[in-house]
Design a protein around this ligand. Structure first.
Ligand SMILES: Nc1ncnc2c1ncn2[C@@H]1O[C@H](COP(=O)(O)OP(=O)(O)OP(=O)(O)O)[C@@H](O)[C@H]1O
Ligand SMILES: [Mg+2]
Length: 268
C-alpha cells in the first residue's frame, strides 16, 4: 500500500491500543539532531493553543530549549504558562525519561497538580528511543542528510498503535519525497503518513525561532506562509485526535497574533 500524503487522506484508524497516554499526545522525534524538532514542537503547540486547546508542552531534552523558543526567561518558573486568545494556553514543563512516561501513562497531569489539558506535545532529544511511545501521534522530521538506516532503526521500535507522520524539512522534489516515503513505508512493513509539501527553510524562520519570537507573528507571505500552512496542517491532524468531529478553527490574523504576550504565571 502506498504511503499516504495527508493532504488527501485521513489517518488510518488503528485497532484499540494496549497502552495509550492519559491525554492525547503528539511526540516530535528523530534519531538525528538539528532537524527542527523543537522548532516544530513549539510552532504546533502555539497553533493548537490559538485553536483554543490547553496544551502541555513537555520538553524532554536536557537543553530544554523549547522554553527559550517560547520566549520563557531562565528566571521564569519551572512550570510556565502562556495564554493565547480567550481559551488556549501552552504550559511548558521540563521532564525527562521515565518521569515523562509516568506523567503521560500512569499519573496524568491532573494528579500531579499541573491542571487539566486537552493535549500533550512532547519535544525529544535526538535518540533512538524517541519514537517508542505507544498510542501517540508521532511527527518525525527528516532532512536530506538523514541516514535512512538511522530513521528506520528508530521507526522499527515504534509501537503499532502509534501513527507515524514523516515531515521532510528543506528542499526536495515532491515526487521524489513521495517515492522516498513509500520506500520507507515498504521497508518498515507498516502504513505511515507524510506531509506532502516539504517544510521550507528560511532565514526569517530561523531568526524567529532562535530569538524566542513566535513564528505566528511573522508576516504571512512567501516562504513563511508556506511554512505556517504546513504547521497549520500538522496541528489540524493533532486537533482531530482531540475533537474528531469539530471543525478546525482558523488562525487569528497576524495583528491579533502579534499582540499575544500576556506574560507567564506560576502554575501552582
Ligand atoms: N524551517 C526552518 N527554517 C530555518 N531554520 C530552521 C527551521 N526549523 C528549524 N530551524 C533552525 O534550525 C536549528 C535547529 O532546529 P531545532 O533546534 O528545532 O532542531 P532540533 O531537531 O530540535 O535539534 P536538537 O536535536 O539539538 O534538539 C535552529 O537554529 C532552528 O532555529
Ligand atoms: Mg531540539
Amino acid at each position: 500500500m502506498p504511503a499516504n500524503p495527508i493532504r488527501s487522506t485521513r489517518l488510518a484508524q488503528d485497532p484499540p491500543p494496549k497502552h495509550s497516554p492519559l491525554v492525547p499526545t503528539v511526540v516530535v522525534a528523530s534519531y538525528k539532531g538539528g532537524v527542527g524538532k523543537t522548532a516544530l514542537t513549539v510552532a504546533i503547540a502555539e497553533r493548537l493553543a490559538w485553536a483554543g486547546l490547553r496544551v502541555l508542552l513537555l520538553t524532554c531534552d536536557s537543553q530544554e530549549d523549547a522554553r527559550h523558543r517560547l520566549g520563557v526567561q531562565a528566571s521564569d518558573p519551572v512550570v510556565a504558562r502562556r495564554t493565547y486568545g480567550s481559551d488556549g494556553s501552552v504550559t511548558v514543563l521540563g521532564i525527562r525519561g521515565s518521569k515523562a512516561v509516568d506523567l503521560l501513562y500512569r499519573i496524568g497531569p491532573d494528579r500531579l497538580g499541573l491542571g487539566s489539558f486537552d493535549l500533550a506535545v512532547v519535544d525529544t532529544p535526538p535518540e533512538v528511543q524517541g519514537g517508542s511511545l505507544p498510542g501517540v501521534l508521532l511527527f518525525t522530521p527528516v532532512d536530506g542528510t538523514d541516514a535512512a538506516r538511522n530513521l528506520l532503526t528508530m521507526l522499527q521500535r515504534t509501537p503499532g498503535n502509534t501513527d507515524i507522520m514523516l515531515i521532510r524539512t528543506g528542499r526536495e522534489d515532491p515526487a521524489d519525497w513521495a517515492h522516498n516515503a513509500a520506500t520507507i513505508e515498504r521497508v518498515l512493513g507498516r502504513d505511515l503518513d507524510f506531509l506532502e509539501d516539504p517544510l521550507p527553510i528560511s532565514k526569517q524562520i530561523k531568526q524567529a525561532h532562535d530569538a524566542g519570537r513566535s513564528v505566528w507573528t511573522l508576516p504571512r507571505s512567501g516562504i513563511t506562509l508556506e511554512y505556517l500552512s504546513s504547521i497549520d496542517r500538522l496541528a489540524q491532524t493533532a486537533w482531530e485526535r482531540v475533537h474528531p468531529r469539530r471543525s478546525w478553527p482558523s488562525m487569528p490574523s497576524q495583528s491579533a497574533a502579534a499582540a499575544y504576550v500576556p506574560g507567564w504565571d506560576d502554575d501552582e
